[in-house]
Design a protein around this ligand. Structure first.
Ligand code: AMP
Ligand code: MG
Length: 343
């Protein structure tokens, strides 16, 4: 069975072709076009520009995807499409392309919840073309922590398809908060990876608040932390110029505090639910410092991260998730997008 996965929920256009055979699979080809250079001048994603880029790039990337491997498109069995949550204009651009293609190929569409695809991506061992690999197994029950540009979520997996949300951010997402604090330090969007690089040279010497830590629930808040960070930077600027050393110390302090907040709530969930494993996914899971911090506390065997190159949005995780939801495929005419889709 061959599934073409398509990702357009935000600012990444991703396509991937995956072949499945008896709980083994191989990635035949994939394409990913990120729009960072377009949005970086605005300091964040401009939805209408993102949609325009998806519309322009989808047919180009699709042609590259199939031509590079001389693939005949009649072999595609399903299209898997992430129909939410996401930015409405981006989702609509993707939907139009997917419906046209599904009609042309005469195949059904598997709607994929983007949040679930982030978690399922940890079941992929290698991001290499043409290598047959087994779908990774994980010990259940598990706790899942999704940390991305648009989401911060704790879930409980009784089984792979029985998922319950137990906590989420009540304001900014962790990735968004890293991007915004990076911007306060003059770093370009997306700031998360740049903040990580800068933080490596710094020491976490500044104290910042830990919002919602006294509450017994599993919700997060990052907007107060970002405001406190902004005030701290303004305060420092009042008496001296922001030099590189201070900037690095500020970056290290922000990163440490934000990740400790994630760690504390995850520890609380671990104590209550006593899971056998802990899945951490989403773009921020690419962060080395965060990986080290969680592994140090929970141990290497309990924690499961995605392959680093699959942490952020891509078509591979959508095609891969399609395999698990193929029985829920629909006719192209019935496809709808859900910008606020939940778990
Ligand atoms: P996603 O929403 O899953 O596509 O992930 C994008 C988010 O992940 C953005 O907010 C990025 O700043 C963040 N991100 C990506 N790489 C890193 C990293 N190495 N450290 C921290 N944040 C990162
Ligand atoms: Mg993204």
């Amino acid at each position: 069975m061959i599934i073409l996965g398509i990702e357009t929920t935000c600012d990444e256009t991703g396509l991937a072709l995956i072949e499945f055979k008896n709980s083994r699979f191989r990635i035949l080809n994939h394409k990913l076009r990120s729009q960072n250079n377009i949005h970086s001048v605005y300091g964040g994603i401009v939805p209408i520009l993102a949609a325009r880029e998806h519309k322009k790039n989808l047919p180009i990337l699709y042609q590259q995807l199939i031509r590079e491997i001389n693939f005949s498109e009649e072999k595609i069995d399903f299209l898997a499409f992430s129909n939410g949550p996401g930015l409405p204009p981006s989702l609509i651009s993707g939907k139009e392309f997917v419906i046209d293609l599904a009609n042309k190929l005469n195949v059904n569409i598997i709607p994929i919840n983007h949040l679930i695809a982030h978690f399922y991506s940890v079941l992929i061992n290698k991001n290499k073309l043409n290598i047959w690999q087994k779908i990774k197994t994980i010990s259940l029950p598990a706790i899942g922590l999704l940390i991305s540009g648009g989401h911060t979520l704790l879930v409980y997996f009784e089984s792979l398809d029985k998922i319950k949300k137990i906590g989420e951010t009540i304001d900014d997402a962790i990735g968004e908060s890293l991007d915004k604090s990076a911007r306060i330090l003059g770093l370009e969007y997306p700031g998360g990876p740049k903040l990580e690089k800068l933080a490596k040279k710094g020491r976490p010497i500044f104290n910042l608040p830990y919002p919602l830590m006294a509450t017994k629930n599993f919700n997060f808040s990052f907007s107060g932390l970002k405001t406190a960070f902004w005030e701290l930077v303004e305060e420092i600027k009042r008496y001296k110029k922001l030099d590189e050393v201070t900037k690095a110390d500020l970056a290290a302090s922000y990163q440490k505090t934000a990740f400790e907040i994630l760690l504390i709530k995850t520890k609380m969930a671990d104590e209550k639910y006593k899971p056998k494993s802990l899945i951490i996914s989403g773009g921020v899971a690419a962060n080395y410092y965060l990986r080290k911090m969680f592994i140090k506390y929970f141990g290497k065997n309990k924690i499961i991260f995605p392959v680093k190159s699959l942490a952020t949005d891509n078509g591979i995780k959508i095609a891969f998730s399609g395999y698990f939801f193929k029985d829920e495929s629909i006719l192209p005419a019935n496809l709808e997008v859900h910008p606020n889709l939940k778990i």
